[in-house]
Design a protein around this ligand. Sequence first.
Ligand code: NAP
Length: 247
Amino acid sequence: MNLAGKVALVTGGSRGIGKAIVLALAGDGAKVVINYQQNEAAAEQALAEVKGLGAEGMLYRADITVLQECEGMIKAAIDHFGRIDILVNNAGVRRDNLLALLKEEDWDVVVDTNMKGVFNCCKAVLRPLLKQKSGGRIINIASVAGLTGNSGQANYAAAKAGVIAFSKSLAKEIGKRGITVNALAPGFIETDMTDDLPESLKAEAKNRIALGTFGTPDDVAEAVLFLAAGANYITGTVISIDGGLSL
Ligand code: NAP
């Protein structure tokens, strides 16, 4: 129980990778704030599973593209649990298309959610985290696409590359305050986000993955737990969790 007494907020913690992260942190003793945007039933289910582990949790509906909503969420977390130690920026969306066909609104929603959302939550948590003077952890879920680029994902890859550069910059800014900032770059992970990909694309992707299979949300959660519960001398880095896809 390395995280006993710590409070963690996970954006998009109601489903997929975020839910696995919530359960891993709660399983290690953290109190968890589960952010979601729309799917209340999934969020209630995640909270029930947290309670099933004997851990404490709360739900908070907020659209991470809106700074004021992120500020309200951090305030609610601190009002409820008295502090905040770990922020996992996980919420994300994809709207894939070749650039010639990509609509402006699909660029905007992906960049606003996947990149500006990270800015909004970090901006909102920064002052309380610094004021606590007890260090902290910021973990940003980027993507292999942010490292290598991907045809049909110019919007998504650009946003995720932005998250990686943002993480490195913030790591330099606040490292001396004992707060680490790292990014994770998952490859293909089995969630709702990848469920609707054409079978032909999935088969072609598996051919390019050294380990030959898609990863699971738990594979990503394991790396988050590693960074959240220890990893004292690791900051500004990007850990690939892609089964060797980016090799
Ligand atoms: P997912 O299953 O589609 O879940 C997305 C989560 O984000 C949901 O909890 C959703 O909440 C929340 N969300 C979306 N927009 C939001 C907003 N504006 N404000 C607050 N919450 C919002 O996605 P996933 O596959 O677990 O992906 C999680 C993260 O990993 C994303 O950043 C994604 O880009 C990244 N990633 C995924 C893969 C993959 O293969 N799956 C690979 C690389 C990186 P609601 O349900 O309430 O809307």
